[in-house]
Write a protein that binds this ligand. Structure first.
Ligand SMILES: [Zn+2]
Ligand SMILES: [Zn+2]
Length: 374
């Protein structure tokens, strides 16, 4: 079997600059490595932050790099020791797969805390560097390399690859979060803050988990329309309501108690304090989106006097990928998941996709590396 030697990729060589189309080497296939042809990648807000250099000082992003960590691909070649996926299902060339980040499986976080998303040796997709083997660690590339430590799951064959790709960051994060915060009761009112992909996926999960009422806070109107169509009972537009109006609406809907569970998916700082004020006594707060570096002011007695439970998670392990992909397959006729996706771009158009994502004219751009470039 002869493998391709090179992969065309959109490479970030300098922050805030247009990406460069380059040919990167295809690495030698390790015994548990997998080479995949990228079927679809979707853009995450984090890609824009990486492109802007927001993580350059922390050393997390390493230039040059191939962006993109929401990826679905088809197996081109399997290393000799990689025979099954994480559910022990046989893997073969041509299978559509998704995969977790590479966690070492050796450190305290992997073995004892059983929180591999905190792994001290994690290697993540979309962060670089693309000038060192295995080079192909980003989705905006013709081929991607699945590292030996990555767990892999087969992805549903007949769901749109771009929809599946969007689950591999946004939705798996939602599954991880709900697992940590615990069961949704059939009497629960769940408030979701943020109507981006994470928030909309969190809404779909809450609805299918049997929440008696879901309320979405967000903007712009087109995203709130999706929430309504999916089954949110109340949608509150942050562009034409203020926090006190929103709180009153939620109190009115809950006999004056407040929400049983609030899920923060907005990422912006003021949402945290607002969310804390929307929870009933003894209620729960799940923080998924917070990425704003500004601190929030909150009085610690609020936690004990009101007996609140607050939890946060990031990313997800392979179980969350599997469950997110399975949810999409099971419920694709109930929720128009494709509405989360916006324009489709070629590899040489990633700059336009980044600009659209940053300018919020796009919910989630799709990159299709198989489309011929000009
Ligand atoms: Zn992401
Ligand atoms: Zn580890």
């Amino acid at each position: 079997m002869s493998l391709p030697r090179e992969s065309t990729a959109a490479v970030l060589v300098a922050y805030n600059k247009p990406l460069e189309m380059q040919s990167l080497p295809v690495p030698e296939l390790e015994p548990r490595g997998i080479l995949v042809k990228v079927e679809a990648s979707t853009m995450c807000g984090t890609d824009v932050h990486i492109w802007r250099g927001s993580y350059a000082d922390t050393g997390m992003s390493k230039l040059p790099l191939v962006l993109g960590h929401e990826i679905v691909g088809r197996v081109v070649a399997l290393g000799r020791d990689r025979k099954v996926d994480a559910l022990n299902r046989p893997l073969a060339e041509g299978d559509r797969v998704a995969w977790s980040y590479a966690w070492c499986g050796q450190c305290y976080w992997c073995t004892t805390a059983k929180q591999p998303t905190q792994c001290e040796n994690a290697r993540m997709y979309g962060w670089g560097p693309a000038d060192k083997s295995p080079y192909l660690t980003g989705g905006y590339s013709e081929y991607a390399y699945i590292m030996p430590e990555c767990s892999v799951v087969k992805a549903p064959a007949h769901v749109d690859a771009a929809v599946l790709a969007s689950a591999t960051c946004a939705f798996r994060t939602v599954f991880h979060g709900y697992e940590k915060i615990g069961k949704i009761e059939t009497t629960d009112t769940v408030v979701i803050q943020g109507s981006g992909p994470v928030g909309l996926y969190a809404l779909a999960y809450a609805i299918k988990s049997g929440a008696c009422r879901t309320i979405m806070i967000g903007a712009p109107a087109a995203r709130l329309d999706i929430a309504k169509r999916w089954g949110a009972e109340i949608v509150l537009d942050v562009l034409n309501t203020d926090p006190s109006e929103r709180k009153q609406q939620i109190l009115d809907a809950t006999d004056g108690r407040g929400a049983d569970l609030v899920v923060e998916c907005s990422g912006v700082n003021p949402a945290f304090v607002e969310g804390m004020n929307l929870i009933r006594r003894g209620g729960r707060y799940l923080v998924l989106g917070a990425s704003d570096p500004r601190p929030a002011e909150i009085h610690p007695t609020y936690f004990n006097l009101r007996q609140l439970t607050v939890a946060g998670t990031m990313s997800g392990d392979i179980s969350h990928y599997y469950r997110a992909l399975s949810f999409l397959e099971a419920h694709e006729n109930e929720f128009s998941f494709g509405d989360l996706l916006s324009s489709r771009y070629r590899l040489d158009e990633v700059d336009a996709a980044l600009a659209g994502m940053e300018g919020m004219t796009e919910i989630k751009p799709v990159i299709l590396p198989s489309l011929p470039t000009s």
